[in-house]
Structures are given as structure tokens and as C-alpha cells.
Design a protein. Structure first.
Length: 503
């Protein structure tokens, strides 16, 4: 089925209710792997960060990473989950070339955290509660590199290479309960949930949660049911979606695709699907196995995990300020409305603004540049604010230059443009482009005299009391000085020279 054959989004929601389930894998920022002492630093030669344990060689024995367990408990507590008094690992048996043991060490019916929730804020300020089924510990697989094809996928490739450096990296998988009742806002809810979860993970310090680097990825499960029906429809699972925008697009596409299949009398196949960034579509992967097909059984080489209640409460007391609490505090400190704070959140500007303030800018100036010039540049280039080639320290320096009078807003925009273009820091750009404000009174006075002489009629109007006409002369001076004059001081000089007093 092609994109052009999809049912329109509005028509799909007119007939069906979407039900979602979101599975988010978070790669923990531990120094070693989940069950062995191998480094988690992946920018190394292929298969250099491996050992008998993470390669699954006979006779090797795993040992649980204590920091991995601690991180899992912190995540569970932050998600308002119950923390198990006793849980254990299981073997999830299936074959895939990049899984060296032919099973994944995971948790099945005894997760470390369960029965929680996360409240997320939508773009209009509405709060939607997403209930959490479980958060469990497991390990990542290796990485396949398919060679010889045009797409980098296995289809069409001539051969594949395997790198097991990633095998055994600690993961936490966070699984929601079925998300119902979102209606037309289901894709927005999915995006908002993953965004809030990412902020929470980063706040806990257990992972950088960089989706573009695979440190956090989302599987989007979706099904449709006709209005008024209680039972769920057959679901599809779009795997490894790695950006907030893509989570939203994947949910939206699958709603339209499911509706088209159902409307034509077809049957939804329970399968995994691949998401395509270029057009927001999905394509079939493999038929999705049910839990019983994995032949789970308890991992015999690992002892159960039984975190004491004292340890759990100690970790609870040590939790940092969580994202929603922090946002409310910052909103009050910055003196902005809930609507404005929501816009800042949607733009991904909270952390850059905070860092810019910490680097010496005032809050109003930091917000102004990140939500103005920089947000515009990010939108035009299709990038996140955080990925722009400018640092909070550099933005703070621009605000200082404006505050001390070395730059006006127009020149500051040019400085930011230069920094983004790779011309150096703000001071370097000012020097190279000659962008300092003209503050020499003699030079300004000469420019004002020339503007008055060239615009005698306007000068006469100002002398007669039509002070608003001074704007035209200010514009002439600014043009003559290439925008490098202080407009307020220019206006003062014009009125002084014409003998006019505002009042």
C-alpha cells in the first residue's frame, strides 16, 4: 500500500478509536556492561569491547551491574512505580545474528518496577496521564551492518558484518499500559510522553537519552477499534523510532494505514514495521511473535535481585528535581505565563536557556535569543535547538555585548549568524565583520548633520512639532552607518540639533 492510498487522518478518526502501547528502550550510561566488565565506550574498533561473557561463550558466567540495578530503581521511582521486593532475570529465547547467545537476558513476569504513571503536558496545556505497566532490566544486542544494498537494510544486501561491542549494554525497557481515550490527539500524546520521559531520564542522570544516537528509542504499538467496541484491534509495532517528531509521524501514519486496510475489508497483520524518515511511512518487517513463542524461563546463572526497602527509600530521597516540578519553578522565576512556558518546552529551549543564564545572561535576554533568532534558524534548518553549532556560553556573550552597548539587536543577529556559520566565537565575528556599534559622538554627529541636510523638508516638520517624523532621519543615519549606530542616541542627537524637546 502506498502513501497515496491511505485514508485521510480525519476520516480514520471518524470511524475508529486508536489504542497505543509505547515501549521505550533506554541505554544506561554505566561504564561497564550489564553482566560483565567490558567497557560501554562504543567508539572503538569493531568487536574490541567484548569478552567470553557478552559473547556467550561456554563456561562464562554473568554478574549483575549494581549501578544498572540502581538506575532501574531510580527510573521506577520517578515513574511512580512500585519497586519489587524480589525479582529475577529470565532468558528470552530467539535467534538473530546480532545476538551472540541466541537468547537475551531480560526480565519477564517479575520486573523490578511496575504499576506506575507519568503525567504529560500537551501543547495546549492539557495534562494526559499515561499509565506504566512495567520497567525492566535487560541487555542490548550487537549491531548488524548490511553491505552491498542501496538502503543499508538486509533486503538487497550482499553480505552482513556483525559488531558485538554493543552486546550486553545495559537497557531499561519502559512499557506503557494500553493508552486509550486520546482520540485525534493520539500521535501528539505519543510524542509528548516520549519527550517527558526523555527529560525525566536526563534529569535522573542515568542516561544522556540522545535519541539520534540510539541511547533512547521507541517502539510504537498501535491498533484501531470501531467506535463503541470494547475489544482491541490487532496491533502493529513500529520498531526503533529515534526522534520525537518521528514518534508522532509513525503513530499518525499507522492510524491512516490501519483504517485503509480495515475499510477495504482487509485484516491487520500483527507484525513489526520499519519507519522511514524521508516520508514518514512504515513498511512490513517480520511477523510479531507472542510472548509464549520466546520460551521464557528463569536465568539459572543469576541470583534474584531483592532491593531492601531501606535502599529504595534512600534512592527515593536522593531523586533530583523532576522535570514538571522544575518547569513550574522556572516559570515562576522567569515570570512567564503557562502558555509561554509550554512554547519554550515545545521548542526544546529550557536547558539551553538555563545554561545561558548560568553563563551570565539575564533570563529575559536568554529567552529572547533562544526563542527568537535561534528557534527560527533551527526551524529553517530542520534541526533541534540543542544541535545548533552555538553554545549557551556564546549566546550569553552576545547578550553581554548588547547590554554593554557594543552591539544593538540588528548587529547581534549578524553575530549569531556568523557563529552559526562557523566563523568563530562572538568576539571573533565582531572583529572579522567589523560589527561594533558606532559610539563616537563626533562620527554620529556628522552622520546626523548629513541626514538633516539631505532631508530638509523632514527636518522642518520636526521643528514644527511633528516629532514622529524623526524616525525617517533615524533611518537615514542607521543606513549611513550600516546599522551600527545606537538608534536611541541618534534620535536624541537629531532632536538636540533641531532644537526640539519632547514632552
Amino acid at each position: 500500500m502506498t502513501v497515496t492510498e491511505l485514508v485521510s487522518y480525519e476520516d480514520a478518526l471518524a470511524s475508529y478509536d486508536p489504542v497505543m502501547g509505547l515501549e521505550v528502550h533506554v541505554e544506561l550510561g554505566t561504564k561497564t556492561k550489564m553482566f560483565c566488565g567490558c567497557s560501554t565506550e562504543l567508539k572503538q574498533d569493531a568487536n574490541s569491547q567484548t569478552c567470553p561473557t557478552c559473547l556467550g561463550l561456554p563456561g562464562s558466567l554473568p554478574v549483575v551491574n549494581a549501578i544498572g540495578v540502581e538506575s532501574a530503581i531510580k527510573i521506577g521511582l520517578a515513574l511512580n512505580c512500585e519497586i519489587a521486593e524480589w525479582c529475577r532475570f529470565a532468558r528470552k529465547n530467539y535467534f538473530y545474528p546480532d545476538m551472540p547467545k541466541n537468547f537475551q537476558t531480560s526480565q519477564y513476569d517479575e520486573p523490578i518496577a511496575f504499576n506506575g504513571y507519568l503525567d504529560v503536558q500537551l501543547e495546549d496545556g492539557e495534562i494526559f496521564r499515561v499509565e506504566i505497566e512495567r520497567a525492566h532490566m535487560e541487555e542490548d544486542t550487537g549491531k548488524s551492518l548490511h553491505v552491498g544494498g542501496a538502503t543499508g537494510r538486509i533486503h538487497g544486501a550482499s553480505h552482513s558484518l556483525l559488531d558485538y561491542n554493543r552486546a550486553g549494554i545495559p537497557l531499561i525497557e519502559i512499557v506503557t499500559k494500553p493508552i486509550e481515550g486520546a482520540g485525534t490527539r493520539a500521535p501528539e500524546v505519543a510524542k509528548a510522553y516520549v519527550a517527558e520521559l526523555r527529560e525525566l531520564i536526563k534529569a535522573l542522570g542515568v542516561s544522556e537519552a540522545r535519541m539520534e544516537q540510539g541511547q533512547m528509542r521507541c517502539d510504537v504499538n498501535l491498533s484501531l477499534r470501531p467506535h463503541g467496541r470494547a475489544e482491541f484491534g490487532t496491533r502493529s509495532e513500529t520498531k526503533n523510532v529515534n526522534s520525537l517528531r518521528s514518534v508522532e509521524r509513525a503513530a499518525r501514519f499507522e492510524i491512516q494505514r490501519h483504517a485503509a486496510v480495515l475499510n477495504s475489508g482487509g485484516t491487520i497483520v500483527q507484525e513489526t514495521r520499519h519507519f522511514h524518515e524521508e516520508d514518514g511511512s512504515t513498511t512490513a518487517g517480520r511477523i510479531k511473535d507472542n510472548a509464549e513463542d520466546y520460551r521464557y524461563f528463569p536465568e539459572p546463572d543469576l541470583v534474584p535481585v531483592a532491593p531492601s526497602r531501606e535502599w529504595v527509600e534512600e534512592l527515593r530521597r536522593g531523586l533530583p528535581e523532576l522535570p514538571r516540578v522544575r518547569r513550574n519553578r522556572l516559570r515562576e522565576e522567569w515570570g512567564v505565563s503557562e502558555h509561554d512556558m509550554q512554547s519554550i518546552l515545545n521548542a526544546g529551549a529550557i536547558d539551553p536557556i538555563v545554561a545561558t543564564i548560568e553563563a551570565g545572561a539575564d533570563a529575559a535576554s536568554a529567552r529572547k535569543w533562544w526563542m527568537g533568532e535561534l528557534a527560527r534558524n533551527a526551524n529553517e534548518s530542520g534541526r533541534d535547538l540543542a544541535s545548533l553549532p552555538i553554545t549557551p556560553e556564546q549566546v550569553a556573550r552576545v547578550t553581554v555585548l548588547v547590554k554593554e552597548g557594543s552591539l544593538n539587536d540588528k548587529l547581534a543577529r549578524q553575530v549569531i549568524e556568523g557563529v552559526l556559520a562557523g566563523e568563530g566565537g562572538p568576539d571573533d565575528v565582531v572583529e572579522k565583520r567589523g560589527l561594533k556599534v558606532v559610539s563616537d559622538e563626533g562620527a554620529l554627529g556628522t552622520a546626523v548633520d548629513e541626514a538633516i541636510a539631505a532631508n530638509a523638508g523632514i527636518a522642518d516638520k520636526i521643528r514644527s512639532g511633528k516629532v514622529a517624523a524623526a524616525g525617517a532621519l533615524v533611518g537615514a543615519v542607521m543606513k549611513a552607518t550600516r546599522g551600527q549606530a545606537d538608534a536611541a542616541r541618534v534620535r536624541e542627537l537629531i532632536l538636540e540639533k533641531l532644537g526640539v524637546t519632547e514632552g
